[in-house]
Each structure stands twice: as C-alpha cells, then as structure tokens.
Design a protein around this ligand. Structure first.
Ligand SMILES: [Ca+2]
Ligand SMILES: [Ca+2]
Length: 79
C-alpha cells in the first residue's frame, strides 16, 4: 500500500501528511527545544530501514529549509 521507503519531504512526524505540525516540529528541532530530535525525522520504512523522509534538502538535519518548505506547501494548498 505504501512505498517501501516513506519518503515524504517535509513530513517530520511521519504521519504521512505535511501540515502545520511539521513546521512547528522543524522549528523546535532548530531551536533545540526538542532534544530528542533524532527520533522525529527518522521514519521507519516498511522494510525496517530508517529513512529521513522529512529531510527536504538531504543535509541530514531538520532546519530552516524544512520550515520554509512546509509553510510554502501549506500556502500553495490553501490558495
Ligand atoms: Ca506530518
Ligand atoms: Ca535538511
């Protein structure tokens, strides 16, 4: 049903949707208010392999790029 690897750019919390919560989680990861940030962008794939699906620019970190990506996506969807 789902692809082998969950790779949805901007989906930080791995619920297969990109929404405002993902933008907030990106901000929290950036500002360090969520110390366990590693766990929020490793989405376990169907094959058990962790995939950094939420990482938009593949730099291995959640940061401003992800915030901007999610907000831009949300803005486009609501226009
Ligand atoms: Ca999400
Ligand atoms: Ca990134």
């Amino acid at each position: 049903m789902y692809p082998t690897k969950l790779n949805l750019p901007g989906d930080i919390d791995c619920d297969k949707q990109v929404d405002l919560r993902d933008a907030l989680l990106s901000l929290k990861a950036m500002t360090g208010t969520r110390p366990e940030q590693d766990s929020i962008y490793s989405c376990p794939g169907e094959d058990g392999v962790s995939d950094m699906g939420g990482d938009v620019n593949n730099d291995g970190q959640i940061g401003m790029e992800e915030v901007i990506y999610v907000l831009r996506l949300l803005a486009n969807n609501t226009e």
